[in-house]
Design a protein around this ligand. Structure first.
Ligand code: ZN
Length: 200
């Protein structure tokens, strides 16, 4: 059966034809990319997600902030906030933050790594189609940027009354946001799907 693709830019319809690796189909009217991918999109996605995974661990394991006020000093990690919220009976909020800033980003990195490795190896690993779908779904639930905004506002407020120092975890967190945004733009889902369809 013949299949068609519509241009996202101008709705022009085109007949779908198979492309060689690294080839792209471009709309003749408006220049939008229809399908196809860069030659190294899988390798780049793999490298960037590995970097994101390393940064995720540094951001979560190392200290994030050091706050001192009138002789009292306290160091915090990212999950300290979640823990405090839960301790003060803000359970739904604690769960939401835990999910959107820790679980969703971590699982998204892991399932993307799994799907991209499977495509690069040219082998359909078990559950890989589900992993790919989960990666797409989790993109909407991964909200590191929102958390960053909250952190900046909180630091701004806190620094008016206390001395606030950023620790290595916060630098890793800022780097994680940059790298994961870059990793998202490197991921060309069709490249993964088409490689998996060719694989045994
Ligand atoms: Zn177009």
């Amino acid at each position: 059966m013949e299949s068609f693709v519509a241009c996202e830019g101008c709705d022009q319809l085109y007949r779908h034809r198979p492309l060689a690796r690294g080839e792209k189909a471009i709309c003749q009217q408006c220049g939008t990319r229809l399908y196809g991918s860069s030659i190294d999109s899988l390798e780049r996605t793999l490298a960037l997600n590995l970097a994101a995974l390393a940064l995720f661990f540094v951001a979560n394991v190392m200290l994030f902030l050091h706050v001192s006020l009138e002789g009292h000093a306290q160091s915090n990690r990212i999950y300290s906030g979640v823990y405090e919220l839960a301790a003060f009976d803000y359970m739904p909020l604690a769960v939401l933050i835990l999910f959107t800033t820790m679980l969703a980003p971590l699982v998204k990195i892991l399932v993307t790594l799994y799907a991209v490795s499977s495509a690069l190896m040219g082998r359909r690993l078990p559950g890989v189609a589900g992993a790919m779908r989960a990666a797409e779904l989790l993109s909407t639930w991964s909200m590191l940027e929102v958390y960053l905004l909250a952190v900046i506002v909180a630091i701004g407020k806190l620094s008016q009354m206390a001395t606030v120092d950023l620790r290595i975890g916060s630098y890793a967190f800022f780097a994680l946001i940059l790298v994961s945004t870059w990793a998202n733009s490197a991921l060309e889902t069709e490249a993964v799907w088409s490689r998996l369809e060719e694989s045994p």
